[in-house]
Design a protein around this ligand. Structure first.
Ligand code: DI6
Ligand code: FE
Length: 401
């Protein structure tokens, strides 16, 4: 009755059961047709349980496959040279004047073929996957022309397929102003809304739409236009909100029923309350906070008190977060943002799934969901957040379809 039966393991189901980590000690997991059909105590296995593939897991811990719900992992080139120059005393301004920074990534992404983007992204995805990521969200946003944005989204899907990951793609045309538009931000947003979003929707290339709502990027009004266009095409919404200043981005995302608002270092009490009310997930990104050497932490205590679901992600990108380890984010979520290890782990499982609207299928080990399982040789789940950089999974059993 089971294709595979995993015995003799402890299970951190990560489900909201009221028990820490949703733990089941001395558990067993039954898999049939790639789905979980039994998750419980070994003692509760049906007496007629049969399988031709029974595996003794020797007391290891099982967790749901990790979800990295915010990445920009498809990009041309990288900015290691700039990093090096900065540490040799060259100023940001000088680098920007030479066309460096985000614009250098735009140039390199435009110059790369879809195949080249796929290959370089797949290489980085393999590193993420080695840390236990089985589902990844990938944004566009370095093409900034219709053709180059769609190229990025296709590369995202191809790279994830090559590595065997489940992928959710997000159209982030409103990431930066392309040089062609000079200072015409409203003109570019019109192009995003009238041309790019419809095209991404028609080609089935975007599960969600995102925007960078910030003084240096797009205003709340421009963001609202992007959201209206997304809604008109039945596409979900996410938002880069309140990362460097408080523009009320968290509240804006909540009012539009966005899945998540991400970053949130400067989010106001009003925004946090609105997010709690609408069930908007707060996606916390300690990698960018660390690399940018920020000092203002997101209002985690308030989010906790208000009952906002908190997710954690790498924000993998060539500028503010060259991070390819989700488990490092567990540690940094705890040390930099004050999450508990359990909250941090929820951030890359159940709440990562909420941030992508895939909780029906992922994010916890519960009957009916995809058999997407990590086995760790650890003595308790907190070890994963405690070790800086985490613990490599002993085995990954994932039916990604
Ligand atoms: N927020 C960020 O920190 C990055 N993008 C964004 O929306 C920066 C991306 C880059 O520098 O390449
Ligand atoms: Fe980001």
């Amino acid at each position: 009755m089971f294709d595979t039966l995993l015995r003799n393991l402890n299970i951190a189901t990560m489900a909201d059961t009221g028990t820490a980590y949703g733990t089941i000690m001395d558990g067993a997991i039954g898999i049939k047709d790639g789905r979980l059909v039994f998750v419980g105590r070994q003692a509760d296995l049906p007496s007629d349980a049969r399988t031709s593939d029974e595996r003794d897991c020797e007391g290891m811990w099982a967790l749901p496959g990790f979800i990295d719900c915010h990445t920009h992992i498809v990009f041309g080139g990288n900015r290691a040279r700039e990093f090096e120059e900065r540490l040799n005393g060259v100023s940001y301004e000088e680098i920007a004047r030479r066309g460096g920074g985000i614009l250098s990534t735009v140039t390199n992404t435009r110059n790369a073929s879809e195949a080249e983007l796929t290959t370089s992204a797949a290489k980085r995805l393999r590193q993420l996957a080695a840390g236990g990521v089985t589902t990844v969200e990938i944004k566009s946003g370095y093409g900034l022309t219709l053709e180059d944005e769609l190229k990025m989204l296709r590369a995202a899907k191809a790279a994830a397929k090559e590595v065997g990951l489940k992928v959710q793609t997000t159209f982030l045309g409103a990431h930066a102003l392309p040089p062609e538009y000079h200072d015409d931000r409203d003109g570019y947003i019109s192009h995003v809304c009238d041309v790019m979003i419809p095209a991404a929707a028609n080609e089935g290339l975007a599960d969600a739409v995102d925007a960078f709502c910030e003084g240096i990027a797009f205003s709340p009004d421009q963001t609202a236009r992007v959201f209206e266009a997304a809604k008109a095409h039945g596409i979900k919404m996410k938002l880069h909100a309140d990362q460097l200043s408080d523009l009320g981005g968290g509240g804006l995302a909540a009012r539009h029923q966005a899945l998540s608002a991400d970053h949130l270092e400067y989010a106001s009490a009003e925004s946090v309350k609105a997010m709690a009310k609408e069930g908007t997930v707060a996606v916390l990104l300690p990698g960018a906070f660390y690399v940018l050497q920020e000092s203002k932490r997101p209002p985690v205590e308030m989010m906790r008190a208000e009952g906002v679901h908190m997710a954690l992600a790498t924000d993998a990108n060539p500028g503010s977060s060259p991070v390819l380890s989700i488990q490092l984010m567990l540690h940094m979520g705890c040390t930099l943002f004050g999450l508990t290890p359990e909250e941090a782990l929820k951030g890359i499982t159940i709440n990562g799934a909420r941030a992508l609207d895939i909780l029906h299928d992922r994010g916890t080990l519960e009957v009916g969901k995809c058999a997407d399982i990590l086995l760790f040789d650890i003595s308790e789940p907190a070890e994963l957040a405690y070790f800086v950089g985490g613990v490599p999974p002993h085995k990954i059993i994932s039916f990604n379809r």
